[in-house]
Design a protein around this ligand. Structure first.
Ligand SMILES: [Fe+2]
Ligand SMILES: [Fe+2]
Length: 344
């Protein structure tokens, strides 16, 4: 049997012989194997370790939490054809903004590597030392956070300090548009769930609910982010867009593809953590126990309704008003807006 216990140092280890991942003179994380294929950062031990934990979970009769296309529902605005209409009319700011905002949201993901998480073992009856959830604070969430927003401490090594997803999005944006093509922009306020602050798992310690709900929220966000990433690549690869910058736009699409490769590890690892949590027994505040599955399912079902139906509708309406105002400032605004609507 392969080992199921790892040190943080092992889980954070990069492949030793990667060719550097440079974009526009900036060093990015990960690198290239001799065959030219992209290798995500900190994947040398982490990826096989995740596979070994997943196999062990399956052997115990559990399985990683389901995340399938049903999680991808909800209206989206602008669609890829709508984005193309805007870009063809020289209205590039919306797409520029979306790339800047994704990058800044990715940067916030570094928090995963920085905030201390409660060890789960005291709250769980089963021995979790040979599970992924026994390693969350011991390399796994650190790797995840660094993938998103980079390593805060450059003393951790040259590869460690390299550009992460935030920098990769900014680099992709600058390749497609040219640096400084539009002003900087900050992410909009989060659209909070109406139930925010409500306790969904009052039987267990607040810090346990905090961690479980964070992992579930992250899984939904990461899984749905795939939609936006695929759309972004389709827009960048549209032959008549970014005229005069086609090779740069194609390279930008490649960079987004590398981000997607990194994110696959995040999605599968979150499915694994939650599958493990569902398969163990938690200790309750009153000295009893409760099946992890019950805690997970209770929260998950409400979250999915919010994330795939309610939230997208609100977000699309906000976008619609913003885009309408922007389009109408164009001399041919009314005509472009009709074209935009027809493309939807
Ligand atoms: Fe990311
Ligand atoms: Fe991610």
């Amino acid at each position: 049997m392969s080992t199921l216990v790892y040190t943080a140092d092992e889980l954070l280890r990069d492949h030793p012989d990667l060719a550097p991942h440079d974009v526009g003179g900036r060093r990015m994380h990960g690198g290239f194997l001799p065959d030219g294929s992209y290798q995500p950062p900190r994947a040398l031990v982490r990826v096989p370790a995740l596979a070994a934990w997943a196999a062990a979970l399956t052997e115990r009769g559990g399985r990683p939490l389901d995340a399938d296309s049903s999680l991808l529902g909800g209206v989206r605005l602008p669609t890829v054809p709508q984005s193309r209409v805007l870009l063809r009319h020289g209205l590039g700011e919306s797409f520029w903004n979306s790339l800047t905002i994704i990058g800044k949201i990715e940067a916030r993901g570094r928090l995963l590597a920085e905030i201390p998480f409660p060890p789960l073992q005291p709250h769980i009856v089963d021995d979790i030392s040979q599970m992924a959830i026994g390693h969350l604070g011991n390399g796994l969430l650190q790797a995840h956070g660094w993938d998103e927003g980079g390593v805060a401490d450059p003393a951790l090594g040259a590869a460690g300090g390299a550009g992460a997803h935030d920098q990769m999005w900014f680099a992709a944006r600058d390749l497609a548009f040219g640096e400084g093509a539009y002003p900087d922009v900050d992410p909009p306020e989060n659209i909070a769930r109406p139930e925010v602050g409500r306790r969904w798992m009052p039987e267990v310690a607040a810090e346990v609910e905090g961690l479980l709900s964070l992992l579930m929220n992250l899984l939904v966000i990461e899984f749905r982010a795939e939609l936006g990433f695929a759309d972004t690549q389709a827009i960048l690869r549209t032959p008549d867009l970014f005229p005069g910058r086609r090779p740069q736009a194609e390279e930008a699409a490649e960079i987004v593809g590398r981000i997607r490769a990194d994110e696959e590890i995040h999605v599968s690892s979150l499915q694994l953590y939650l599958g493990e949590c569902a398969a163990v027994t938690f200790r309750t505040n009153d000295g009893g126990t409760i099946a992890g599955r019950e805690l997970i399912e209770r929260f998950w079902n409400g979250l999915v309704q919010w994330a795939t139906v309610d939230q997208p509708a609100i977000a699309a309406e906000v976008q619609r008003q913003l885009l309408h105002a922007r389009v109408m400032r164009h001399p041919d605004g009314a005509e472009i807006w009709r074209e935009f609507e027809a493309a939807g």
